[in-house]
Write a protein that binds this ligand. Structure first.
Ligand SMILES: Cc1cc2nc3c(=O)[nH]c(=O)nc-3n(C[C@H](O)[C@H](O)[C@H](O)COP(=O)(O)OP(=O)(O)OC[C@H]3O[C@@H](n4cnc5c(N)ncnc54)[C@H](O)[C@@H]3O)c2cc1C
Length: 625
């Protein structure tokens, strides 16, 4: 099959063609192709690029394909007189089809087909106007200038452009599924407007704020992608969910955050350790808890994951200490099967090893959602693995002698195995596995590893944009946005393209150790503070002189050791840390008991042989010479 359900277009068949297009409130651009036609095969990537490019226009015009080589579609292709492949047809909202023989090289250019779609939508007659298609004609200064200074519920963006430019119409269609902003267009030939707004370069966007103020919208590059991306990130602008987008084309009121939790202000250009720690907390204490024992492949996958995190998690600290302890413990165990409870005891630091800690609370910051149930864990898991790919790139030797150094893309391989084995969202795991099977083996070095994950994550973003899991306050979109990295974006032949060198540079910075913010992180528990001199003095005064002296000798276990890992260092309350292994008081008592028993046993042996040898000597000394 040239097209799959993963592609951002609709795959039609004889049974779905008529019901889909006839009952639709939008227009349709359909490619009738044949899966055996070599040209159609080559053309499929262009059609997919187009479908992706205009995915947000689907309320006005949808992109679809129908394979005439499928036996079940023979009749319908005959009915629609498809003689050559590919043939393109537009279904307007009335009952008739317009056939487009996209001549020559025209249909090979995404930009040309996209502009044709704009023309189709703009040239609709009143009768067959798609229900959700906004007006695309330019507005005059008489209509627009009175809006200046007026208050409104929403932003109004006026794209002022040259008469032959398509940017304005494309931005209008790009924002079709978004509430909180309305886009209008005007022409550079409208002198009163251009002079009033003091616009000298085209295209430009002039922004009217809901409070009545108005300004120029500053963009790094005057490209459609930049205008659309910036407008989508205005405060209160959010994507309507697919489920309710068809029911309302009216601009909704500004959003209100519905989370009952405390909202944590954060900076989108930072990565928060609270998210990473929450990811590990959820993964180790919730996701893994569904497996009562770990054995075989599961145990191996878990060991690899723990090793990876222990070696690459940035910044050292109590989390790394925990993962190192867990990793050492897992590697030293000769067992083929371990109960999950044993892992949990270690994660919860039952042995009270000093410096080892993982907060037992979900504290989403960069991953907090506007509603409970949105974002959170999956967001933090992506974040964690992005951080690990970037750390591996920064520290090429970090995985030496771990058994993972032989793999070409160890972080991706461990992620793939973890997602397949443990990730709670089975469907997500299947999708990820498909993507990994298709292209992960092409990743040959650490840079490609970073970029593969970024690209794969964007594929998922494209696919899920507008779905129920899309948080309206954090709409899924190509990432990084122009406001995070303007140099990551370019346009080639009118189509948005990534500058991969700049993307890599950006990812290295964004997910690098220096960009991690500890704000909102749960601090590790403090050991009890040593008694202050004045407290001791007070105690001395109140207590018996003998007791007062004892109070001065109070020792605070583990205090002031800063999580040292060496033998004898880092003695915690009730436990000791020796050669990277923690021993609790039960272990220590057992050691003492065993020690005493073996001493007694050795002494017994000693006396036994002593008595025997004396007897033997006596017996031999009595023998006649
Ligand atoms: C491996 C995996 C596969 C998944 N597959 C599916 C699926 O098939 N279906 C499904 O419904 N859900 C899937 N999910 C969940 C989904 O991808 C989101 O994680 C979830 O919906 C939460 O979305 P979010 O808005 O918090 O942003 P997320 O997509 O989780 O992104 C988290 C953060 O990462 C950053 N980011 C965004 N894009 C990129 C990028 N391209 N590169 C680097 N950083 C980026 C942003 O700062 C963003 O806030 C999957 C999750 C994972 C971990």
């Amino acid at each position: 099959r040239l097209y799959t359900d993963e592609d951002p277009l609709v795959i039609l068949s004889s049974s779905t063609l008529k019901p889909t297009v006839s009952n639709s409130s939008s227009a349709w651009l359909i490619q009738f192709y044949s899966s055996w036609c070599g040209h159609c095969i080559q053309y499929s990537s262009t059609w997919k690029t187009l479908a992706q490019d205009v995915k947000d226009w689907q309320q006005a015009i949808g992109v679809a394909v129908l394979d005439c080589a499928q036996e079940e579609n023979f009749d319908v292709c005959k009915e629609y007189s498809i003689k050559f492949y590919p043939t393109f047809k537009v279904h307007s909202c009335t009952e008739y089809y317009l056939q487009y023989f996209l001549q020559g090289a025209l249909y090979r250019q995404v930009q040309a087909v996209r502009q044709l779609m704009v023309n189709i939508l703009q040239n609709h007659t009143r009768l067959d106007w798609p229900n959700h298609c906004p007006p695309l004609d330019p507005l005059s200064s008489e209509k627009l200038l009175p809006l200046l200074g007026q208050r409104s519920d929403v932003f109004t963006a006026i794209v002022v452009e040259e008469p032959d430019s398509y940017v304005g119409r494309e931005v209008i269609l790009d924002l079709l599924q978004y509430s909180g902003v309305q886009v209008k267009r005007a022409l550079s030939t409208d002198r009163p407007l251009v002079e009033s707004l003091k616009i000298t370069t085209f295209p430009s966007v002039y922004l009217l704020h809901p409070n009545g103020t108005h300004t120029h919208l500053h963009v790094e590059k005057r490209l459609r992608f930049f205008f659309s991306s910036l407008l989508r990130t205005l405060p209160g602008v959010q994507r309507r969910l697919m489920s309710d987008s068809s029911s309302s084309s009216q601009v909704e009121a500004l959003p209100h955050k519905q989370s009952p939790e405390i909202w944590r202000e954060f900076d989108r250009s930072k990565v928060y350790t609270a998210d990473l720690e929450s990811a590990l907390h959820y993964l180790l204490r919730v996701e893994l808890a569904t497996h009562s024992t770990l054995e075989g492949e599961e145990l191996k996958v878990f060991k690899d994951f723990v090793t990876l995190v222990s070696k690459l998690y940035p910044g050292g600290g109590s989390v790394v200490k925990l993962m190192e302890t867990l990793s050492d413990w897992l590697l030293s165990l000769p067992l083929q099967r371990i109960p999950y409870q044993a892992v949990l005891d270690l994660v919860n630091n039952k042995m009270r090893i000093s410096g080892v800690h993982l907060g037992a609370e979900l504290r989403w910051v960069g991953c907090q959602g506007s509603k409970v149930g949105l974002r959170g864990y999956p967001c933090s898991l992506w974040t964690l693995f992005h951080v690990l790919t970037v750390q591996h790139d920064a520290m090429p030797t970090a995985l030496e002698n771990t058994g993972l150094e032989g793999e070409t893309a160890p972080v991706l391989q461990v992620m793939r195995r973890y997602i397949r084995t443990f990730f709670g969202c089975e469907q997500c795991g299947r999708h990820f596995e498909q993507a990994a099977a298709a292209s992960m083996d092409r990743v040959l070095d650490r840079e490609q590893q970073v970029l593969w994950l970024w690209n794969q994550h964007n594929m998922v973003n494209y696919r899920l944009a507008g779905s129920l899991s899309d948080d309206p306050l954090f709409p899924k979109a190509p990432w990084p946005s122009p406001s995070l990295c303007a140099s990551c974006h370019e346009e080639k032949s009118g189509v948005h393209v990534w500058n991969q060198d700049n993307v890599l540079r950006f990812l290295r910075h964004h997910y690098g150790a220096s960009n991690l913010s500890p704000t909102y992180s749960l601090p590790p528990p403090h050991p009890p503070a040593p008694p202050r001199k004045d407290q001791v003095k007070k105690a001395e005064e109140q207590l018996e002189p003998r007791l007062g002296q004892q109070a001065q000798r109070v020792e605070v276990p583990g205090h002031g050791e800063g999580g040292g890992a060496g033998a004898g260092q880092g003695q915690g309350a009730g436990g000791v840390w020796i050669l990277g292994l923690g021993f609790n008081s039960v272990d220590m008592s057992l050691c003492v008991v065993l020690y005493v028993c073996s001493c007694l046993f050795l002494m017994l042996l000693f006396f036994f042989f002593k008595v025997r040898s004396r007897r033997w000597r006596l017996r031999h000394s009595r023998l006649p010479v």
